[in-house]
Design a protein around this ligand. Structure first.
Ligand SMILES: NC(=O)c1ccc[n+]([C@@H]2O[C@H](COP(=O)([O-])OP(=O)(O)OC[C@H]3O[C@@H](n4cnc5c(N)ncnc54)[C@H](O)[C@@H]3O)[C@@H](O)[C@H]2O)c1
Length: 328
């Protein structure tokens, strides 16, 4: 099978590419390296077997000519390219909206034109400011005002879901949207606000772990390999088309407890320091207090049951980061 992965040089995309190459498929990647990097896929290019089946285009999904060629060539498309990360969205508001709306529009239009199966990466952020758990795909959505720019990411991804469902309903496009909850693992960067890689780097340098807000906000974390497993099964499942699925873990933890666990697991002498949100993100920021998915819909369709507990995920990330820091 020929698989196109937009954003394939990013964190999740590089793991997905690896899984398809391991399975024997051909993988086509398009990535503009805005938050991704060639370092994420160099090990794939260096593998003698994978190299023959891996084709990488460094370009933007907004380039229609190249997207026509790539979508036309491939059998299925995983659309992961997006402006990602709270820090990145706040620093690049216009570019983020363009990528996440116009880019997805292009991918949908071309998958429809060439009749290709498509999976679109949405996000748990679309739920907004709920306090209840677990979050079910049919729940209402609660956002803050448009002056608080973090919601532009959620709103743009929600628009991606609406466009996908509209294509499915009007043209029968075989498209599925997934709401990814915090996905973690080796190769994720902490540069744009992702909490685990940021804490792990701080802990390994024995620097203070900087918890934003009071640290009582909770999250769940899923190993990227569990997520990749689900993405590969969903895109091949006819029952998934025209549907939206949560993909996430169920082990809820406060950010303060997460910081303590990382300090302990990395034998660090770091202290934990709380910093008010406005010192980090400016006054127009608000956070979500809680984000726990219901995974019943996904479990019922493909038997999804995330296998990797948080402690094992943390060990993997700590091992990876300390090797990379020491240049091994
Ligand atoms: N990691 C998570 O916890 C998480 C949670 C929710 C949703 N998601 C979604 O999953 C997808 C992948 O995220 P990730 O965590 O791997 O982040 P990532 O930043 O590592 O991956 C995104 C990739 O898209 C590329 N990209 C951005 N704009 C592009 C453009 N215009 N043209 C081509 N490439 C472009 C980036 O360079 C990057 O490699 C994104 O759509 C994101 O919104 C991720």
């Amino acid at each position: 099978m020929r698989v196109l992965i937009t954003g394939g040089a990013g964190f999740i995309g590089s793991h997905l590419a690896q899984a398809y190459l391991q399975r024997g498929d051909e993988v086509y990647i398009i990535d503009n390296l805005s938050t991704g990097s060639l370092e994420n896929i160099n090990h794939l290019k260096e593998n003698a077997d994978y190299r023959k089946r891996l084709f990488v285009s460094i370009d933007t999904i907004l380039n229609r000519d190249i997207m026509v060629e790539l979508v036309g060539t491939c059998d299925v498309v995983h659309h992961l390219a997006a402006a990602v990360g709270v820090r990145y969205i706040l620093d690049h508001p216009m570019e983020s909206i363009n990528t996440n709306i116009q880019g997805t529009e292009k991918v949908l239009e071309l998958c429809n034109k060439f009749k290709k199966r498509l999976l679109i990466a949405s996000t748990s952020e679309v739920y907004g400011k709920h306090l209840h758990a677990p979050l079910v795909e049919t729940d209402n959505i609660i956002y803050g005002p448009s002056s608080k720019f973090r919601w532009s990411y959620a709103a743009s991804k929600l628009m991606d879901e609406f466009m996908s469902l509209a294509y499915f309903r009007t043209t029968g496009l075989q498209v599925t949207a997934v709401r990814l909850f915090n996905t973690v693992g080796p190769r994720q960067t902490g540069t744009y606000g992702m909490v685990i890689p940021r804490f792990v780097s701080q802990a390994l340098k024995n620097e203070p772990l900087t918890v934003y807000g009071d640290g009582r906000q909770t999250r769940t974390f899923t190993d990227v390999e569990d997520v990749v497993w689900a993405l590969m099964r969903l895109i091949e499942n006819d029952q998934a088309f025209g549907e939206v699925f949560n993909i996430g873990g169920t082990e809820e933890i406060t950010i303060l407890d997460l910081a303590s666990r990382i300090v302990a697991a990395s034998n660090s002498s770091s202290e934990i320091k709380r910093i008010p949100y406005d010192e980090v993100f400016g006054k127009d920021f608000e956070d979500m207090q809680r984000r726990v998915p219901s995974i019943e819909k996904l479990r019922a369709l493909i038997g999804f049951n995330p296998k990797t507990p948080l402690d094992a995920i943390l060990s993997k990330v700590i091992r990876f980061t300390s090797k990379r820091t020491n240049g091994i």
